[in-house]
Design a protein. Structure first.
Length: 145
């Protein structure tokens, strides 16, 4: 980045005499928070739908394994969002500590007989489905602005 300062610059098209105080970093963070909220809601909605589908199709035990993985995926997504939020302000790169969450879950799943690795792993990937849904929605549907 050529400009490492955190000073805010006015948005293009804003007239300083119009009284607008909106700045580009502030607007970017608002967009980030909106995206974060959307992804959490989509992930939770998909988790609920898939959990019920798995419960009906397979069994409650398999569905609960899926739910464990999906909840871990939501926590992972939250940790990633917090890490990205701090990027630039306090940090220069993303930390890798959130991978320990996933690795720990898989290790526990391999050691505990009641847990099934595949449903847990697929549950963890639910947040990726939410990302794909969001990407397809924004790519295929025009912006309402």
């Amino acid at each position: 980045m050529p400009n490492d300062s955190l000073e805010s610059t006015p948005l293009k098209g804003n007239n300083p005499s119009s009284g607008s105080t909106k700045t580009e970093p502030h607007a970017s963070m608002q967009e980030f928070y909106k995206l974060q909220q959307e992804l959490f809601v989509e992930t939770l909605a998909l988790t609920g739908i898939i959990f019920i589908s798995v419960w009906i199709t397979y069994s409650l035990n398999i569905a609960l394994n899926y739910l464990l993985g999906a909840c871990t995926g939501v926590v992972y997504l939250r940790m990633l969002a917090k890490d990205v939020e701090r990027l630039g302000k306090q940090k220069r790169r993303l930390s890798k500590t959130r991978f320990a969450l996933f690795i720990g879950l898989i290790i526990v799943a391999t050691q505990w007989k009641e847990l099934k690795i595949i449903p847990i792993f697929l549950g963890f990937l639910t947040y990726k489905i939410a990302l794909i849904v969001y990407m397809l929605r924004t790519a295929l549907m025009p912006d309402p602005k």
